[in-house]
Design a protein around this ligand. Structure first.
Ligand code: GDP
Length: 369
């Protein structure tokens, strides 16, 4: 008997069976978790992206950025399916050293183009610093306060893992996804430190170089190659005491640019001054960019540059795949440590070690030497 008190002997006393304690584990939890973790198929991704669903777009970008080999095939399928819907945008690269005012400017530029031209804006970044120092320059502070809140903007920090080429390729693929999702203005931001400009230049239609007038010899700090890449140089912080210096610097840049040969686009880069902080001279910058777009679309350079970029990215992808295939090979990754040691101890030269590793790799992958 469950309750002895209910025995005949205890007349007048009845103890009812208690209420069963509910399980401390939510019985619905599993079902919900399963629902939340439901893997999307390539078609789910593409459908969501084409509808402009920001959550799905974000998940697709995460998939593209994933370093897990099992995600690669799905990511490539999504990109492939989005490709026919991409390409219809203005892609602008924005570069400048830390402190030049990139975040401040992109916030203002973004608000300006959205108000003036409508449409949707995606802001992406290529930040090589996150690779080496594991900390990023772009994205670790509150940036672009107004744009972040704008319903027509999509801001995504730099992919962080891998080589600069790998990071850049992911950003380039994210452009495809964003364009398929209806973003017709794409900004790609990068820190002006050398290689990353080349990467950005290889995926945008217009390359904007942000400068600040300072000591008067700012020209010396910029590599010639970077100036040659610029379709426009804009001097920020042209406000208060800095106006005169900014105008002077603009003159220096104009003179320097005159010494360069006319670029393939036939467009002579312009130099403008503005103040991102006070919102001065912003319209002129965007008028310049749209003027450029009309110019290069009319003379055919626009399509030429995009075709060249596609070619460039094919080679970049091949290089990256080969590199990954080599370094992710089990035998090779084990041997690399040994070879490194041998080189440090002077037992083998780098060239011989490299040759040996490659021979082993070839014989394993191709079955030949
Ligand atoms: P980033 O590192 O290139 O992204 O630069 P930030 O946008 O964070 O700007 C660096 C500093 O410069 C901040 O303190 C800004 O307030 C300041 N700044 C940015 N634009 C201007 C401007 O047009 N005028 C002035 N006076 N200061 C600015």
């Amino acid at each position: 008997m469950e309750h002895p008190e209910n025995d005949e002997a205890y007349k007048g006393l009845v103890v009812n069976a208690g209420i069963e304690q509910p399980s401390i584990v939510n019985p619905y939890l599993r079902a919900r978790t399963q629902f939340r973790r439901r893997e999307l198929t390539a078609n789910d991704y593409v459908e969501g992206i084409l509808k402009g669903d920001v959550t799905i777009l974000s998940r697709a970008v995460t998939l593209v950025e994933s370093v897990l080999p099992q995600h690669h095939a799905l990511a490539q399928e999504v990109i492939e399916k989005c490709l026919p819907y991409s390409g219809n945008s203005v892609r602008v690269g924005i570069s400048g050293v830390p402190g030049a005012g990139k975040s401040t400017s992109i916030d203002v530029f973004g608000m300006h183009v959205l108000e003036e031209k409508g449409g949707k804006l995606a802001v992406l970044a290529i930040d090589p610093s996150s690779e080496k120092t594991k900390g990023s320059i772009l994205g670790d502070k509150t940036r672009m306060e107004k744009l972040t809140l704008h319903p027509k903007s999509f801001i995504r920090p730099s992919p962080s893992a891998g080589s600069l080429g790998g990071v850049a390729r992911k950003t380039r693929e994210t452009i495809v996804l964003c364009e398929a999702a209806g973003y017709d203005k794409i900004f790609v931001e990068t820190v002006g430190v050398g290689q990353s400009e080349t990467a950005v230049h290889s995926m945008v239609d217009f390359f904007l170089l942000l400068q600040v007038a300072g000591t008067g010899d700012e020209l010396q700090g910029i590599k010639r190659g970077i100036m040659e890449m610029a379709d426009g140089i804009v001097i920020n912080k042209c406000d208060g005491d800095n106006v005169e210096r900014s105008n002077l610097a603009a003159g220096h840049f104009r003179n320097a640019l005159h010494l360069f040969p006319v670029p393939d686009s036939g467009w002579t880069p312009k130099v403008l001054t503005y103040s991102g902080f006070y919102g001065l001279g912003i319209k002129e910058i965007w008028d310049m960019i749209y003027q450029y777009m009309d110019f290069v679309k009319a003379n055919g350079y626009f399509q030429y540059r995009r075709n060249e970029q596609n070619k460039y990215w094919m080679y970049e992808s091949i290089n990256e795949h080969l590199r990954n295939s080599f370094y992710q090979n089990d035998t090779i990754s084990k041997l690399l440590e040994i070879k490194e040691k041998q080189i440090l101890e002077g037992q083998q030269t780098s060239f011989v070690a490299a040759k040996e590793l490659l021979d082993i790799y070839y014989s394993e992958v191709l079955g030949t030497k």
